[in-house]
Design a binder for this molecule. Structure first.
Ligand code: HEC
Length: 157
């Protein structure tokens, strides 16, 4: 899959849902770069939705539950920042930032397991997302037993 096709895939993930009338826009938390940060993750499978390089950030509220497992307290937040892949001397290195996603624990969003799911462009502007179809269905399938959080503590240490 070339970069153009990848960008189309991202656009589909983030924009198609505008037709369905996406939920209210929530802005990206400030200062997430200072939260606990995962190791770099490279997904080089060009057929994967996550093709690229990404980092996950976990805030202070979420950290204890993330470490030990179990339910997350209200307000817990995760942010993932995605970059394109550039080849440099045969090695994958970070290209341009292409999207950001957020999960925030909030009981108002019962439809999506008590988490707000939101997507943003590289500039941090909210994108229209259908949180059930574009996000939760996959998190439900992958991580029912860990309060819908897929990342592992081992990705951080
Ligand atoms: C096809 C499956 C799939 C879809 C669809 C999906 N995710 Fe994820 N998500 C994942 C996987 C897999 C990870 C773990 C990535 C890693 O290993 O670093 C993840 C991780 C995350 C994380 C970090 C916390 C966690 O659960 O590990 C956030 C935040 C997140 N996704 C938000 C979203 C949002 C918002 C959407 C919708 C715009 C979305 N995701 C759509 C599979 C998916």
């Amino acid at each position: 899959m070339n970069r153009a096709v990848f960008m189309v895939a991202v656009a589909v993930l983030l924009l198609v849902a505008s037709l369905a009338g996406a939920a209210g826009k929530v802005s990206l938390p400030k200062g997430y770069e200072k939260w606990e940060k995962s190791k770099e993750k490279v997904v080089s499978d060009k057929n994967s939705l996550f093709y690229g390089i990404h980092y996950t950030y976990v805030d202070k509220k979420a950290w204890p539950a993330f470490k030990s497992g179990g339910k997350y307290p209200e307000g817990s937040r995760f942010v993932v920042v995605f970059y394109n892949i550039r080849e440099e001397g045969g090695k994958p290195v970070r290209g341009k930032k292409n999207m950001i996603v957020l999960m925030e624990k909030n009981r108002k969003y019962a439809e999506t397991g008590g988490w707000l799911f939101a997507g943003y462009g590289p500039d941090g502007k909210p994108s229209a997302v259908d949180p059930v179809k574009n996000c939760f269905e996959c998190h439900l399938k992958e991580a029912k037993g860990t309060d819908y959080v897929i990342s592992k503590y081992a990705d951080f240490r």
